[in-house]
Write a protein that binds this ligand. Sequence first.
Ligand code: FHN
Length: 566
Amino acid sequence: MSNQKYLFGHYCLALFIFFAASEIGLTASQVDPAALKHWQDLRFGMFIHWGPVSLTGQEIGWARGKQVPIEEYDQLYKQFNPAQFNADEWVSAAKDAGAKYIVLTTKHHDGFCLWDTKQTDFNIMNSPLKRDVVKELAMACKRQGIEFGTYYSTCDWHHPDFPLTSPGGEVQRETHNLDRYTDYLKAQVKELLVEYGPLLTLWFDVPQKFDAVRGQGVIDFVRSIQPTIVINNRTGAPGDYNTPEQHIGGFNRERSWETCMTICRQWAWKPDDAMKSKKECIQTLLHTIGGDGNLLFNVGPMPDGRIEPRQIERLREMGLWVKTYSDAIYGTRGGPFKPGKWGAATCKENKIFLFVMNWPEKEGLKIPALPDKVTNAVVRTGGNLTFTQTNEYIELDVPRESRDPIATVIELTVDGQAYAIQPLSMTPPSNSVAFGKKAQASNVFRKDRSYAPDKVLDDDPETRWATDENIFTAWIQIDLGSTKTVSSAMIDEREWNRIKRFELQYQTGTEWKTAYAGTVLGAEKKITFDPVQAQVFRLNILESEGGPTIWEVQLFQTGHNQNKES
Ligand code: FHN
């Protein structure tokens, strides 16, 4: 049987198991809605990436067999003695930031375990520290009243049964046994659930050889031990929430999601790593919850067990701001106004909280009118609010000197349930004939839907089409659904300037003709050209620095929205 047929058969079997299980009432693969809501209401967690690799200042897992030879990397634990590790200090740092849960890497891709596991000697109890880090952190979380979850790497480049090894899982092991490794994984995960739980979440990572069936099997196993747990989408199966990484996920109320992001640049500790500013940290949280996501914000403790004092201070600064507006953050949902350059919004009961980060140059902020009447409006960050409400729009203004440089918080009270209001885009419609149309592309970054080609046709300044790093030429094709006469366009690659040569083409019969040829694109490039009649257009990127990415492609009919070439 060919591989494709085998995989297709496997996939059908997975679907059958999934639907059969739910048909006969098995609940193993369904998340407990109350548990998911509880996790979602927390909105903000602290991620911790730590292990013996911190002795090297290199990246956990990935440095094994790259910056650090495998043999040397695997022996690091024998000199790992973080005597200043104090779980209560870590938990206090998280609480000072305003985080409501902690997720710790209990085992990363390098296979080293931070708890007293009986499945392998490759664990913290055989290091000079001889302390069960996971146990101490779980107990400190309990003592201080915040939730605890565990990161557990699905792939394991150290384990002899896992098919792939370092560097980076790029090397196929001669002999391996994925079923035996899966049993090992389940035995370890059971230890974490039974001896260190109940856990808020199990955060799996990098499934590599785990397909949807194997991944769902892990999820069912976990839920059979702890039904009230939420599991992410990195076992190989969809799980309960998506995990956009190092970027803020798009507005999405339909599927739970959590952005994971580093406070510096590296996940594990790195000396003098660049650290995000207080403003960036807080605005990242606000844009994330404004999109209806959670934020899992990462620190990497040092080899002596401490979190860097400068990171502790940054987290404290963040928390001072966050806690001032905690009612506008925790237990809220994203929207109804979608996030954008303007800022973000959250809602709860009959309240809408606006976090205005950028004001228009000349007048106040105009937002779309709401179906519900606004019965009260106050500025939580101080100053006098000018407020106008018409059937078409709401206009808000706060004197410049009163605006908060991080976000001016405005609380609106409406005469209804704010969450019931249909989400509203803050970007005025472009009138592009390509808006909302079908798109396909020659390549999509890691085949991740978050970067699908249709993201350039959504008038949403927060979403983009992206390609893999090793892609230098690419095309994105747009089907308008019917023939249109087009004579101008706007193409936005922001300031990334990766594109060196491109053509806007249109299809006649089976041929592609060029409507416009250019070199540098950049931010909101407006182009005009002789009117062309076609149904299918494509942006053909002929030369780039690698990984070209486009935020918007807007096409305008002759006579509409004529843009002047920039
Ligand atoms: O390879 C890991 C990486 O080290 C880190 O743990 C992140 C956290 O989300 N996950 C993987 C990269 O996607």
